[in-house]
Structure formats: structure tokens, C-alpha cells
Design a protein around this ligand. Structure first.
Ligand code: HEC
Ligand code: HEC
Length: 347
């Protein structure tokens, strides 16, 4: 009897051990956060998929001329955006029409791209792979290259149970990486957990933020799954009408996705077209709101007086508490050192 019990509990322990090992990806839902939008039942997370997605994310061979990987535009230390580039910079040095957004807490995001033109993270990667100014490849060519590689065939087999690589598994592998990029360990989070405290300046910035900014940049994600105008004027050269380009509705003209402000200290330049070089310029914009501006969102009406330069400084001090070095330097998100990348370096 005793032996049977030992074997029984041994098996249970082994099952628990293996299920924990299998789920060991960096994704987690921080305490008190809302439920993610991402439907994990369509693409259950696993360590194998995450690692495969990470290798693909850093692999320039997915682009037409094998020079541009996802990480060329989405760099980890800037919150996965292209620091210092106002408009995206892709293959053959081609310049796109929008600023590369950060990839932070994607699991809570309902719409993708500045105009929300993409509604599923599991399909998003088709766009950069085939975009003429980004990676400019054809899907059949990407799949041909991957299916020729024994490295990838064995990794796809481990991740999806099939060594034949198809569009769906390629896109799901990439999504397994991007959905796992959780940032929730900034000073702001420590303060909320009672593990740190704000300086007086940060405290005053937080009060102003809650009054004037948080209706759109909602805590704790500092974004909202909605499209608004924050009052910036149309750029006459780019002529980007935002959400209206997708819906064709006049009332959606100049509305853009409300971006997260987590790690905003490092994700400059700002806005869908990168028009502001630093946070000072952003705050200068919000400091001078006028109700008679076109497309003036009702949330901005509370800003019915100019913000003083001290108030702007306090707000910037608060925004900097959203920086999360653990996320920006997390070794699990870095360029992976594996056989695949080793073989690149030899070529
Ligand atoms: C040439 C630069 C460039 C490359 C390369 C690139 N991206 Fe992007 N990425 C962008 C830009 C620009 C946008 C915003 C597009 C828009 O709003 O129309 C974007 C948007 C995204 C988004 C949506 C983010 C959001 O908040 O809406 C995801 C996810 C993403 N890219 C993942 C990837 C993946 C995965 C790859 C590689 C397969 C990749 N990107 C390659 C520039 C790039
Ligand atoms: C009406 C909703 C709304 C309010 C209120 C609002 N914002 Fe925004 N914010 C947006 C939208 C939408 C964007 C993106 C606009 C674009 O790119 O065209 C944005 C962009 C930003 C960006 C740039 C982020 C990036 O990654 O490029 C910063 C920084 C920012 N807001 C800070 C603030 C601060 C500080 C306040 C309060 C003073 C504030 N916002 C109030 C909607 C709002």
C-alpha cells in the first residue's frame, strides 16, 4: 500500500513539475490588472513557442534581402520601438509613413497599428513581413526559407507538433513572443505595491496626471483600447487621417490609438509620426490646448487652462516613474544565442 502511495504521489509531483516547466514563459498577469484581451485558447503559450518566436523576431533572413529583422525597428532597450527615428526605417533604407510603436503589454491591446487597422496579434506580422518599406518579402518565400532549415523544422515540430511550417504557425510563433512582453515593474508599480514612495514632485505630477491625462491613458496600463484626437494638427505632407482610413467615417478623422505611456522616457520620438523629439515638446503641446481646435476630444476639455512650466516638469517627473529597467533589460527578451544565430554569424 505504502509503495503504491509513493508511486502515486511521485507521479502527481512529476506531472506538476512538467506542467510548470512547460508554462515557463515570461508572460504573467500582474496582480489587480484587468483580464488580457488576447485569446490564449487560440494560441496556448509554451516555452517552445516563445523561444521560437524570439528567434524569428531577431532573424533578418525573414526579409527579402536578409538584412532586416523585426528587432531592427523594435529595439528592446527603448520599449521595442525605433529610438531616434520619427518614421519607420526599413529595407534598402526606405522610410515609412509612421513612427514605430512600442511593443509593451500587447496582451491587453485590442487593436493594433496607430489606426487599429489590425485586430488580431496572431495575424499582425503579415504586414511587416510583406510591406514594401519594411521587410518586403513574400509569404511563400519566407515559408520556403524556413522549411529549408533543419533548425526551424525541428523547432516548429517541438512548438506545434508539425515540422511543416505554415503561415498560421509562423504568425502564432511570432505572436507568442510579442504577447509575452509584459512591463509591470516600474517605480509606479512599486509605489502601488507599497514597496517604494514618490518624491514630492512625482506626487504632484501624479495628481495632475489623474486629473488631465488618465481618462485616456488609463491606469494601470496607461493606454485605452480606443481612438482619440489629442489635439495635434494634421501633417500636410503625410496627410495621415488615422482611424478614418480604416472606417471611412468622417467622425473618425484624425483619431489615433491611445498609446501606452509605460517606458515613455525611452521611446522617443513621440506620436504616430514622431513629430515631438522629447517629453518637453509633448508637454508643451498639452499645455496649450484650445477648445476651438479641430477634433477636440471631450477628455481634453478639462485642460481648459495652460499648464505652468512647473506643472509640466512635475508631469514629466511622474512619467519617468513608468520606466521599467527590468523589462528594458530582461535577458529573456534579448537577441537569443542559439545555433540558428550562431550559423548567421558564420555566413
Ligand atoms: C521597418 C520597421 C519595422 C519592422 C521591420 C517591423 N515593424 Fe512592427 N511596426 C512598425 C510600424 C511603423 C508599426 C505601426 C504601423 C502602423 O501604425 O501603420 C508597427 C507595428 C507593429 C505592431 C503593433 C503594435 C501596436 O501597438 O499597434 C506589432 C505587434 C509589430 N509591429 C510587430 C512586428 C513584428 C513581429 C515584426 C517582424 C515580423 C515587425 N513588427 C517588423 C515598424 C516595423
Ligand atoms: C483625449 C485623450 C487623451 C488625453 C486626455 C491625453 N492623451 Fe496623450 N495621447 C493620446 C493619443 C490619442 C495619443 C497618440 C496621438 C497620435 O499619435 O496622433 C497620445 C500620445 C501621447 C504621448 C506620446 C506617446 C508615444 O508613444 O508616442 C504622450 C507622452 C502623452 N500622450 C502624454 C499625455 C499626457 C502627459 C497627458 C495629460 C496632460 C495626455 N497625454 C492626455 C490621447 C490623450
Amino acid at each position: 500500500m505504502k509503495r503504491i502511495a509513493v508511486i502515486f504521489w511521485g507521479m502527481i509531483a512529476a506531472l506538476i513539475f512538467f506542467s510548470v516547466m512547460k508554462d515557463e514563459t515570461p508572460f504573467y498577469v500582474p496582480a489587480k490588472w484587468p483580464k488580457p484581451y488576447y485569446d490564449f485558447s487560440q494560441n496556448p503559450l509554451s516555452k517552445e513557442k516563445f523561444e521560437l518566436g524570439r528567434t524569428l523576431f531577431y532573424d533578418p533572413d525573414l526579409s527579402r534581402d536578409s538584412t532586416i529583422s523585426c528587432a531592427n525597428c523594435h529595439l528592446q532597450y527603448s520599449g521595442f520601438t525605433h529610438i531616434d527615428h520619427s518614421l519607420s526605417h526599413g529595407i534598402d533604407g526606405k522610410i515609412g509613413t509612421r513612427n514605430t510603436p512600442v511593443l509593451i503589454n500587447m496582451a491587453w491591446q485590442q487593436f493594433f497599428h496607430w489606426d487599429g487597422g489590425v485586430s488580431s496579434l496572431n495575424k499582425q506580422a503579415i504586414n511587416p513581413l510583406t510591406h514594401a518599406k519594411e521587410m518586403d518579402n513574400r509569404l511563400d518565400e519566407v515559408l520556403r526559407r524556413l522549411n529549408q532549415s533543419s533548425f526551424y523544422r525541428s523547432r516548429f515540430y517541438r512548438a506545434f507538433g508539425d515540422s511543416v511550417i505554415e503561415t498560421a504557425s509562423l504568425l502564432k510563433a511570432l505572436a507568442s513572443f510579442t504577447v509575452s512582453l509584459v512591463s509591470a515593474n516600474s517605480k509606479y508599480d512599486l509605489v502601488k505595491r507599497g514597496e517604494s514612495s514618490f518624491t514630492n514632485q512625482e506626487k504632484s505630477g501624479y495628481q495632475l496626471f489623474k486629473k488631465y491625462c488618465a481618462s485616456c491613458h488609463q491606469e494601470p496600463l496607461f493606454m485605452k483600447n480606443d481612438f482619440k484626437s489629442n489635439g495635434i494638427a494634421l501633417d500636410p505632407t503625410l496627410h495621415d487621417l488615422g482611424r478614418m482610413g480604416i472606417t471611412n467615417r468622417k467622425e473618425d478623422s484624425l483619431l489615433f490609438k491611445i498609446p501606452t505611456l509605460r517606458n515613455v522616457e525611452f521611446s522617443f520620438p513621440y506620436m504616430h509620426d514622431g513629430r515631438y523629439k522629447n517629453l518637453k515638446e509633448v508637454l508643451n503641446h498639452y499645455a496649450e490646448m484650445h477648445e476651438h481646435q479641430p477634433y477636440f476630444s471631450k477628455e481634453l476639455k478639462k485642460l481648459n487652462r495652460p499648464l505652468s512650466s512647473n506643472e509640466q516638469k512635475d508631469l514629466i517627473a511622474f512619467l519617468k516613474t513608468l520606466s521599467d529597467p527590468e523589462f528594458l533589460f530582461n535577458p529573456s527578451f534579448k537577441y537569443p544565442k542559439n545555433e540558428r544565430n550562431a550559423s548567421f554569424q558564420k555566413n
